[in-house]
Design a protein around this ligand. Structure first.
Ligand SMILES: Nc1ncnc2c1ncn2[C@@H]1O[C@H](COP(=O)(O)OP(=O)(O)OP(=O)(O)O)[C@@H](O)[C@H]1O
Length: 348
């Protein structure tokens, strides 16, 4: 699809935000498609929050422009940008009941009481909080508060939803459950959603596309599958999932696809461990091999993680636990085998 102002709901055009000498965001150019779920992912200090705050209108760009629905919003204050916002710490009004929290944005728009009541009742039902309308936020669990925050952002029916670490305050199980909930709300309401997180699993699960940021700039932007399978830089390969970099000292990986500064990389689940007397695939050029010694084995429910020493390199391997599978112990001599086509070359 070609990107035009018709298909793009949000555009950053060469946006820079300086704090003194620090460029929190540098020459950022990015288009977000209508209805898309786009996640900005990156380590602490990479400029994710600044990008979202620029979009929300809470901070102003030092240079460049931000276009929403085809119009520059440079001079539009945050309260006039038609966006629903959900923060990590929920930001519910503590002195208002759940029902009043949801009514608030509708009241601001001048909607009359009976229509407000109908919409709030419908939304409470949708987020499974029908019985909680009269409770105060402090009487709800973290997950319930976050559902109210999502409901409040959705009820105003703004075309754009901004999520700032929306699940950061929740424990692991609840986070997974809420990821499902956000996904289904996104399918149902089709809001253009821009989400900031440093949680790679959340980004992979929720997003149509992910922007990986590094030091205020975009390192790579792509679908979750493409980013994981074809990272273009060492930074992206190690930030999103685990990566083995195969140094020339221990591994001779040649390929036509290799440029001078490229580093061969393989994901841990693409390597197979074979006992010394086990059968390797015939060497028809499709497979590559290395000999090593098991350094450690960690059992983690459905997966087993091995560290295998090959010369001075430690190779990480993840195997799905299966019935009848051979288990290797530290000190075991093993062979490693992988498909040549599973090697990726990334810029170092
Ligand atoms: N108000 C501010 N004043 C000065 N420097 C700031 C301000 N806000 C952000 N910065 C700096 O800008 C850079 C980017 O910060 P930002 O908060 O956008 O990063 P982030 O990727 O969201 O990090 P985190 O995951 O820790 O929230 C950092 O170096 C930060 O110290």
């Amino acid at each position: 699809m070609t990107e035009t102002s018709d298909t793009l709901q949000v555009e950053f055009r060469n946006v820079t935000k300086l704090y003194g000498a620090v460029a929190a965001v540098k020459e950022l150019s990015l288009g977000v498609r209508r209805g898309e779920f786009l996640t900005i992912l990156g380590p602490s200090g990479s400029g994710k929050t600044t990008a979202l705050m620029l979009l929300a209108g809470f901070v102003a760009p030092s240079s460049g422009d931000i276009i929403i629905s085809g119009k520059s919003v440079a001079s539009v204050p945050s309260y006039h940008r038609d966006q629903g916002i959900v923060f990590q710490n929920y930001a519910l009004f503590p002195h208002l009941s759940v029902r009043r929290n949801l009514e608030f944005p509708l009241e601001m728009r001048g909607m009359e009481a009976s229509e407000r009541a109908t919409r709030v009742a419908r939304m409470l039902e949708r987020v499974h909080l029908k019985e909680f309308g009269d409770r105060m936020p402090s009487q709800l669990s973290g997950g319930q508060q976050q559902r109210v925050a999502l409901a409040r952002a959705l009820i105003a029916d703004s075309p754009i939803l901004l999520l700032d670490e929306p699940l950061g305050a929740l424990d692991r199980n609840l986070r997974e459950q809420m990821q499902g909930e956000i996904k289904s709300l996104h399918c149902e309401f089709s809001k253009t959603t821009i989400c900031v997180t440093h949680d790679q699993e959340e980004a992979l699960t929720l997003s149509d596309r992910i922007v990986v940021m590094r030091a205020g700039e975009i390192e790579q932007i792509d679908t979750p599958e493409a980013l994981y399978d074809r990272p273009t830089t060492r930074f992206v390969a190690s930030f999103l999932g685990e990566a083995n970099f195969l140094t020339d000292r221990e591994f001779k990986i040649e390929s036509d696809a290799r440029t001078s500064d490229a580093m061969p990389m393989i994901r841990p689940e693409r390597i197979r461990i074979i006992p010394p007397n086990g059968r390797l695939q015939a060497d028809n050029g499709e497979h590559q091999f290395a000999s090593g010694t098991i350094a450690s084995m960690i059992y983690a429910g459905p997966l087993r993680k091995y560290e295998v020493r090959v010369g001075s390199t430690v190779v990480i391997i993840r195997e799905h636990v299966a019935a009848g599978q051979q288990i290797f112990r530290p000190g075991d001599e093993v062979q490693l085998e992988w498909l040549r086509s599973d090697i990726r070359f990334v810029a170092s």
